[in-house]
Design a protein around this ligand. Structure first.
Ligand SMILES: [Zn+2]
Ligand SMILES: [Zn+2]
Length: 439
């Protein structure tokens, strides 16, 4: 058997085993032959990016970039001790990576290539068995410093990798090796805190996540929504903390110290269970248009879709979910956060209900109209819904009439009784909602 035939057989075997294309399997095997694994590298896994890369033993995950600074992603960076790289006091070598699911990935790669400003030179290459383009600055005026970007589309996600250094000669071979070692996969649903990319989190929200994780680690517990909520209570900035304080949910009442001692805990290594991971990466960002602020985090914890729990912590203090949602909705309306639309009656955010029916000044969700319809038809009341028949009569200074038709009889409302809907409108809206559900 010739070497070539043997190699082809290996490629086919790998392709069959991994489900990769023949080309991708061949590329991986060639790469493995060219770069035998070295003891001086370790594999860094960025679980929520679905990316892993072999980094020199001396590189470590760093945290400062998580605080919304220069490049909004998780960085790995060389540290001082025992590095093979020279002039560590002066040099900085970094890899930043971003995965962007929101943009049409292939299109973005093409757009980068046809950038008319000609700031970069483009080279076609392969990264993680996937066609990629490498971008190098076209007019590099600093011969020592170097910067290179890779841009590729994988599973409909755009990946951008940015390598920077102030010592080109020492670093270019290292960067070549790192680029060759990159593997792309699906994003995982479980990771370490340090593997979580919180690019869209505001500093106050990141602080809460870190404090929550620390509290869990100190107590030897699984990091859950409970710790996140406690951290939101402890936070001294952010809308969530101030709303919680108006409800008298304070660190003292929770029996927590306002200061958290982080001595001796490598908090980036704290495991994030799948449920908390979902809360942090799916639910909480879902409430925000751009930046996840502390009130979006609190909405995530309050959501019926929250798999990680936490609400029982304040319910133990006698504060219920409706009370909390009302306080939060009022405060968010005051902040003019356009990303959050709440049902004017039960105060659930639009994201947590199936349908929202607006009138000129307010909106009602399908759960509230269903609650009215249930009362009208003599069925049992729905659990956790604040709608009730309005028996207060006309009140001075208050427009006690249906917000949908103006009728002032047979009204339904919820605390604090500033919005009303009549039985006829509630049943009509409920029927259209039910029909839409049934289709
Ligand atoms: Zn509602
Ligand atoms: Zn009406």
């Amino acid at each position: 058997m010739t070497v070539d035939k043997h190699f082809k057989r290996l490629v086919r075997a790998r392709a069959a085993r991994t489900g990769e294309s023949y080309t991708a399997a061949r590329w991986r095997l060639r790469r493995a032959a060219a770069n035998p694994s070295k003891a001086t590298t370790k594999r860094a896994k960025l679980a929520d990016l679905g990316l892993s890369v072999a980094i020199p033993e001396t590189w470590h995950r760093v945290t400062h970039s998580m605080w919304g600074q220069s490049y909004p992603a998780l960085h790995y960076e060389v540290t001082k001790n025992g590095s093979r790289l020279a002039d560590l006091e002066l040099n900085s070598h970094r890899l930043g990576s971003v995965r962007d699911p929101a943009r049409a990935a292939a299109e973005a790669v093409e757009r980068a290539r046809s950038d008319p400003s000609a700031r970069f030179e483009y080279t076609d290459t392969m990264l993680g068995g996937t066609p990629a383009i490498r971008l190098d600055p076209a007019n590099n005026r600093q011969p020592q410093a170097s910067e290179r970007h890779y841009c590729l589309a994988h599973n409909d996600h755009l990946f951008i990798l940015r390598f920077t250094t102030t010592d080109r000669r020492a670093c270019d071979p290292v960067f070549d090796q790192m680029a060759a070692s990159i593997e792309l996969g699906d994003a995982s649903d479980e990771c370490l805190l340090g593997e979580l990319s919180m690019t869209d989190y505001a500093p106050a929200s990141i602080e809460c996540v870190l404090i929550g994780a620390l509290m869990a680690a100190q107590k030897g517990e699984d990091f859950s929504g409970r710790h996140l909520l406690a951290a939101l209570v402890l936070g001294d900035s952010g809308i969530a903390a101030s709303v919680l304080r108006t409800l008298d949910v304070t660190p003292e009442r929770l029996g927590r110290q306002a200061r958290v001692d982080d001595s001796g805990i490598a908090f980036l290594e704290i495991p994030v269970p799948a449920a908390t991971f979902e809360l942090l990466t799916q639910l909480m960002p879902g409430y925000a248009l751009e930046t996840v602020r502390t009130h979006h985090a609190l909405l995530g914890i309050l959501s019926p879709r929250n798999p990680a729990g936490g609400l029982e912590l304040v319910e133990g203090l006698g504060v219920d979910a409706i009370q909390m949602r009302t306080a939060l909705a009022d405060r968010i309306a005051y902040e003019n956060d356009a990303s959050c639309v709440f049902c004017s009656f039960c105060r659930k955010p639009a994201l947590d209900v199936a349908q929202m029916t607006p009138n000129r000044f307010s909106q009602i969700c399908n759960e509230c109209t269903a609650a009215c319809a249930a009362m009208i038809h003599g069925r049992r009341p729905l659990p956790d819904n604040p709608m009730d028949r309005y028996t207060g009569g006309k009140r001075a200074g208050l427009f006690t009439a249906c917000g949908y038709c103006g009728a002032d009889e047979d009204l339904y409302t919820a605390p604090p009784q500033t919005r009303f809907i009549c039985g006829v409108c509630a049943v009509r809206i409920d029927e259209t909602t039910t029909r839409a559900d049934g289709q």
